[in-house]
Design a protein around this ligand. Sequence first.
Ligand code: FO1
Length: 313
Amino acid sequence: MSQILALAGGVGGAKLALGFARILPPDRLTVVVNTADDDVFHGLHVSPDLDTVMYTLGGSVNPETGWGRAGDSFNSLETLGRLGAETWFKLGDRDLAVHILRTQLLREGHTLSEVTRHLCERFGVRHAVVPMTDHPVRTVVDTDEGAMSFQHYFVRRRCEPRVREIRFNGAERAAPSPWFEFALERATAIVICPSNPFLSVAPILAIPGVRDRIIELDVPKVAVSPIVAGKAIKGPAAKLIQELTGEPAGCVAVARQYRGLCTHMVIDRSDGAFASEIARLGMKVEVAQTIMETEEDKIALARSLLALLGPGG
Ligand code: FO1
């Protein structure tokens, strides 16, 4: 039986994960999620990408932002602000309840994997949504304004500083979470979701052994470009390509990041002209509609990926 292992960051990854979850039974999909964006706000452990995937699959994500809970209110944050706390990271009341419980369970000694499993069960998520690791890994963005945490760069500074380097503190001491490990052993196909290659996928690959194990796996490995027509569907991927590689932002630059790792690359219809350039990097190229606005779009992309992956998909 085929086993899909999907690597995901936040909003883009969650959309494709939903497409797969709609067409695959729970025992055939594992979504491994970046946790290097995790941070502590008001003393609470927040796991933005895990929550984005969990809320999306559980049907309670805010459809306007793609993160946070639908219909949330912000009374607690407003009060925190009045009391002098910083409120640039917008945590809703319903969302806060999740962070309170996660923090409590972690303090009681449960692992992030165990806590995530518990939360997913409560939110009705039947597919495996698992953290990349149970160890603390934190993205530090080195910029022309100095080094800052990921959320500081992304939310507070709106990705404006020029990035020189991205580090994943703690990655060298991390190990794949038990469910990630299990999925690596059984995977018949690997999908890299249309997530930011530098900020969302790189931390997963930075866990010792993960990149090499994926390279060694004799299964199809497909990445979906998060860059369409030179622009990121969401977030700073296009800006980062220019700042970190000096190359023009585009699906070819994304393909270069996955050279030697992926066997296939899926690019958007509007980028069809770049297919032969990517093929020269040694990957099979498939052109598809990768912009996922509706649930049908998400399912259609997941279906075309399964078709591309053949018997492993
Ligand atoms: N993104 C924002 O742009 N602004 C926010 O205030 C913000 C709050 C937030 C709260 C909880 C959560 O789970 C995610 C949140 N995000 C916010 C999204 C998050 O910063 C990013 O989407 C990811 O970390 C990048 O994948």
